[in-house]
Design a protein around this ligand. Structure first.
Ligand code: FSO
Ligand code: SF4
Length: 546
């Protein structure tokens, strides 16, 4: 195996024996093979599309396939083997459709012609088509940067799709980009242009998901979220999918089983449509990487709707009660798929919950969130006044991911050290590094404004664009906003590319810069966009405030 797609890549270069995330060599390889098969499909589907052929199965397969390979989303080899087989069938189907529409193919890339049916052959092939099979390190870096952005993009597209909102252009871009990574004639400049196009598509995906979420569940509003527990058994729901959240709340109503959010599902508490459920108690625990501990004390079953799964340890006792759905999976966890009517049946989880003890309290009190763009716009006058009078000196966008790396203490220390006339704008699970600190407020405006999930970084961009308009500035970079973003996996990559495509400059990225950026590609990002890493809290604070 060779994988360097996330921030935890071993030794800052890549995982080669086993993933730091827990991904085995076998799973890493079969994920590479699935990527390869999807490239092959895209070779045909992009041409087919030019001839007017749109294949929904292909679109759906590629969206979910990309999502399944995101860091710590799916560890189940069986699912990947099945996906490779299905992909090969679909490749044949779309090829035939394209040819029937008059398209002819010559000099096909090997991903479009390779075929095998036996698992052993899959393993053998996977070993020669991985990331390192692209020899030039800059081309490899750009291709992988594009593919990782694409994975995060696909995740957001899928959440919107689950709520009935889709745009064919977004599928077309996924396939065009996959196909492009098989094209040896593309120059570095052309690959950079595709990376930027990926960022622009990321903005569209996040905007589409925002529209899907808010039209289904209303606009997030200021909310005090309970972080304590009730005396009833509960189900803990993790991940990012709000459609699953809705279904679980509906199906648990009146059963005597309570519902709690975990990690990135916390922002579900901010939506009016979910608040009306009395058995929706609040949020339990912290960011994803603390789950081995916190799932033990939760006592009840857990439902993963997406990443981030941490493999249970030898001492864990909760694994029989963990369920996955959607693109997520783990060997030994039960997986729930939608029935023919499109509905997911969570009754088994509810029955399991009924026989569990209520969660053990690990914290109490409340945290405040719900500052997505609509809510912030309602406070716009107050915010603008605070900036004009100098009550707010600067905003710090500290969105992104949390993770287990020790160096991430930086973000807690940085937040705590920020002067009292600054406000943190956050989204994603990065917030858990400081959302329980007593940072106070500025004239009633809390000093940590949580917009929601990582995809709600879109809200932060909308807010920035609005402020630019109000202050009549020509450049978004003239606003008193600094960007100190934490990343972990590929959704953060699409968020970063989206911000770059909106023209945001001087983003600081930590706790380490991506291993997949070759020195030359890193230089392009540094020279063109002012991307930088992080230093010490003291030095960075001085630099940001000057
Ligand atoms: Fe965190 Fe995990 Fe949402 Fe990521 S839960 S790390 S950026 O998946 O997607 O923010
Ligand atoms: Fe390593 Fe991250 Fe890849 Fe997992 S996803 S194998 S931790 S680089």
């Amino acid at each position: 195996m060779f994988c360097y797609q996330c921030q935890e890549a071993a030794k800052g270069t890549g995982c080669t024996i086993k993933g730091v995330c827990g991904k085995t060599d076998e799973v890493a390889n079969i994920q590479d093979l699935l990527m390869y098969v999807m490239k092959g499909i895209s070779v045909f589907s992009t041409k087919a599309r030019e001839a007017g052929v749109e294949n929904d199965k292909v679109n759906n397969f590629i969206m979910t396939g990309l999502f399944m390979t995101i860091t710590n989303a799916n560890f189940d080899k069986v699912k990947f083997v099945a996906a490779v087989r299905e992909g090969l069938k679909l490749r044949e189907e779309i090829k035939n459709q394209a040819e029937a529409a008059g398209v002819t193919f010559e000099n096909l890339h090997h991903s479009a012609t390779w075929f095998a049916d036996k698992e052993n052959d899959f393993d053998a092939k996977a070993r020669v088509i991985g990331v390192l099979s692209t020899e030039n390190e800059d081309v490899r870096s750009l291709r992988e940067l594009l593919l990782y952005g694409l994975k995060g993009f696909a995740a957001y597209v899928e959440h919107a799709y689950n709520l009935g909102l889709e745009k064919v252009e977004m599928y077309a871009f996924m396939q065009k980009a996959l196909q492009a990574t098989t094209d040896d004639t593309l120059t570095a400049d052309q690959l950079v242009a595709l990376v930027m196009e990926c960022g622009a598509n990321g903005v569209t995906a996040m905007a589409t998901l925002d529209e899907a979420n808010t039209s289904a569940y209303g606009n997030p509003e200021i909310t005090e979220v309970n972080i304590g527990v009730s005396d009833k058994p509960g189900i803990l729901i993790s991940g990012h999918d709000l459609k699953d959240m809705e279904e679980l709340l509906k199906q648990t109503e009146g059963t005597g089983v309570d519902v709690y959010t975990h990690s990135e599902m916390l922002p579900a508490n901010y939506y009016p449509a979910f608040k009306k459920y009395e058995h929706f108690v609040g949020n339990y625990g912290n960011a994803w990487w603390k789950q081995n501990e916190e799932f033990e004390t939760f006592n009840g079953p857990i439902l993963f709707t997406t990443n981030c799964i941490v493999p249970p340890t030898a001492k864990s006792t909760y694994q029989d009660k963990v369920y996955t759905t959607g693109a997520s999976g783990f060997p030994g966890f039960k997986h729930i798929t939608a029935g023919e009517n499109g509905k997911k049946d969570f009754s088994e989880i509810i029955e399991v919950a009924k026989n569990c003890a209520a969660p053990t309290e690990i914290e109490n009190g409340t945290i405040v969130g719900g500052f997505a763009h609509n809510q912030v716009m309602q406070l716009a006058d107050k915010v603008v006044d605070a900036v004009k009078t100098g009550a707010i000196r600067k905003f710090f966008v500290m969105a992104g991911c949390d993770g287990r790396m020790k160096g991430r203490d930086y973000y807690t220390e940085f937040a705590a050290a920020l002067p009292k006339d600054t406000v943190i704008l956050t989204a994603g699970c990065a917030k858990y590094r400081y959302n329980k600190l007593e940072l106070g407020d500025i004239g009633g405006i809390p000093r940590v404004l949580d917009a929601g999930q990582c995809n709600d970084s879109y809200s932060l961009a909308v807010i920035a664009l609005k402020l630019k308009e109000v202050f009549e500035l020509n450049d978004i970079n003239d606003l008193p906003i600094a960007y100190n973003i934490a990343w972990y996996e590929q959704k953060a990559v699409i968020v970063l590319l989206a911000l770059l495509s909106l023209g945001v400059k001087n983003i600081h990225l930590g706790p380490t810069l991506p291993a997949f950026l070759s020195p030359n590609v890193a230089k392009v990002l540094i020279d063109t966009f002012g991307i930088a890493g992080i230093g010490s809290v003291d030095e960075d604070m001085k630099m940001f405030l000057n």
